[in-house]
Design a protein. Structure first.
Length: 291
């Protein structure tokens, strides 16, 4: 049988209950005294961080975010096996000269272009990688133009290592690329590690969140690249600084722009670790211009 509490126990519980209202009042009083001080501390910084009276327009934003849908429409995707070079060339040619882009001729397929250039089916058996290079694409561009009776020029406009190295700085190259992507008479092919594909737009991302809807020159440049291979995302955005890293890294080191998470890697084949190829790099950006 449970024993009733003694008078001493009852008095302890009563005293404990009697103290609780006073303790709660003390907590409320303490909180109410501290709150204004906290608000005073945060008030000014918060006001400074809230962008107001925003006047940015679509025209302003177009200078910072740009994507030419016609360039994307003209990407020859999917490519044939190892045909990234000719597929990228046809993507640019159709953009410049066909009705799918900014021209007056019917679009041509990569297969049609291959036959015009003297190769025959089965196309999947053609080892494009063994003979496709920067100068090859420039030569093919001229041959296609001659065949269809149109005019234009093609050349390497940004290269940082080895033969055909250009003199423009990375800042000048970026400015020229951004300007060219907004010009419907110009197209670009980027030669990266074991691949060619086509820049089609850009995003100049502000470095401060409060500048999202403000005009600012404090930005980080990203380049949108149209992908011809079905094995990769149709459009890839890559940091301009990573593109520069790729183009400037000489053998036996290399940087794969399509797998930037792997960082700078090493080639182990002796052809790259000693001899004339050491320090060289074929990676570059080509420009194609319609006359």
């Amino acid at each position: 049988m449970e024993r009733p509490p003694t008078d001493g126990t009852l008095r302890k519980k009563t005293r404990a209950r009697s103290r609780m209202p006073a303790l709660r009042k003390s907590i409320r009083r303490s909180s109410s005294q501290q709150k204004p001080a906290k608000e005073e501390t945060l008030k000014e910084p918060l006001l400074d961080e809230i962008p107001e009276n925003l006047r940015i327009t679509c025209l302003d934003m177009k200078q910072r975010k740009f994507m030419d849908m016609k360039r994307w429409f003209c990407i020859s995707r999917p490519q044939l096996s190892k045909s990234c070079g000719i597929s990228s060339l046809i993507s640019c040619w159709n953009y410049l000269y066909s009705t799918l882009g900014n021209g007056r001729l019917e679009p041509i397929s990569q297969e049609k272009a291959i036959t015009i250039l003297g190769m025959k089916p089965p196309f999947e058996n053609i080892e494009f990688g063994s003979f496709t290079g920067n100068q090859t694409l420039i030569s093919w561009f001229k041959k296609l133009n001659a065949h269809f009776g149109v005019s234009g020029s093609a050349y390497i406009f940004f290269k940082m290592c080895g033969k055909h190295k250009t003199s423009n700085s990375t800042e000048e190259a970026l400015e020229e690329l951004i300007s060219g992507l907004q010009d419907d008479r110009k197209a670009f092919i980027y030669h990266c590690y074991n691949h060619y594909f086509c820049p089609i737009g850009f995003d100049l991302t502000p470095n401060n969140s409060s500048d999202a809807y403000r005009t600012t020159s404090d930005v980080t440049p990203w380049i949108a690249i149209g992908e011809t291979s079905r094995k990769y995302s149709p459009i890839q955005f890559r940091l301009w600084s990573d593109i520069v890293l790729d183009i400037s890294t000489g053998n036996p080191k290399y940087f794969n722009i399509r797998k930037p998470e792997l960082g700078i890697q090493d080639k182990v084949d002796p052809i790259y670790t000693r001899g004339k190829k050491v320090g060289n790099n074929l990676h570059c950006i080509l420009k194609l211009v319609k006359s």
